[in-house]
Design a protein around this ligand. Structure first.
Ligand code: BEZ
Length: 232
């Protein structure tokens, strides 16, 4: 039997970020090579000149310096063309005030992807939601070009930027200190130490009440002061 179903490729956590070159509002980019040594939040939005996307762009641009301070660059994409992007960003800058944020200049690159080539490579076109617009995807890509976390939202839901920042900091903290972060972790909260590899180490930790809090042999936490997590 012949099938007409489209096969959607979805990059996964632990994959190398698929490479592409693209035209953006800040010139051409070669991704992810141009970002070697930096974290990247690569995100898509459904369409220019739409309300949820506008609120998100204003927020992303207003908070860009917070991400840059964490060695993280922002890169956006939608399946609109370059002139639409330019006109929309100009409207944002000249006319829109959202939650006290106004005259916002979007300085990070916004990729034009009319052919949907890049969006399809990144699984941003999810036909059950829309076959003509990208969903709200967020890829966290590390300084070696590896995908470390992915969050997808539907068209109707604006993203939470505190959560995006928290996720970035959690990834960086896990890498730096070889720890994991528990539910609802915030910088300054206790972190989870790797499960003990032997009974001896587990026992030592359970008895060493000062450094570790052990809920059981497989679940121990230790303090990690905020100054060690957020160093700038
Ligand atoms: C929005 O950004 O408001 C939006 C975009 C596409 C579909 C629905 C909402």
């Amino acid at each position: 039997m012949e099938t007409t179903e489209t096969i959607v490729t979805m990059p996964r956590i632990g994959d190398k970020a698929p490479a592409f070159t693209a035209v953006t509002t800040q010139g051409n980019i070669n991704f992810p090579a141009d970002y070697k040594g930096k974290w990247v939040i690569f995100f898509s939005h459904p369409a220019d000149f739409t309300p949820v996307c506008t609120s998100e762009f204003i927020t992303f641009a207003a908070r860009e310096s917070e991400f840059n301070a964490l060695n993280c660059q922002l890169v956006g994409l939608s399946v609109d063309g370059l002139y639409s992007h330019i006109a929309w960003l100009r409207t944002i800058n000249e006319k829109i005030e959202f939650k006290g944020m106004k005259n916002i200049e979007v300085k990070f690159p916004l990729i034009e992807d009319i052919t949907m080539e890049v969006a399809k490579k990144y699984g941003m076109i999810q036909p059950g939601e829309s076959s003509t617009k990208a969903v709200r995807a967020v890829f966290f890509i590390d300084p070696n070009g590896m995908i470390r976390a992915i969050i997808y939202y539907p068209l109707s839901m604006g993203r939470n930027f505190d959560e995006l920042k928290r996720a970035l900091i959690a990834l960086q903290t896990a890498d730096t200190y070889n720890i994991a972060t528990p539910a609802d972790w915030q910088p300054g909260d206790d972190v989870i130490v790797p499960t003990a590899g032997s009974c001896g180490v587990a026992k030592e930790r359970m008895e060493n009440k000062e450094e570790f809090t052990c809920y059981d042999w497989f679940f121990c936490t230790k303090p990690l002061p905020i100054e060690k997590v957020i160093t700038k």
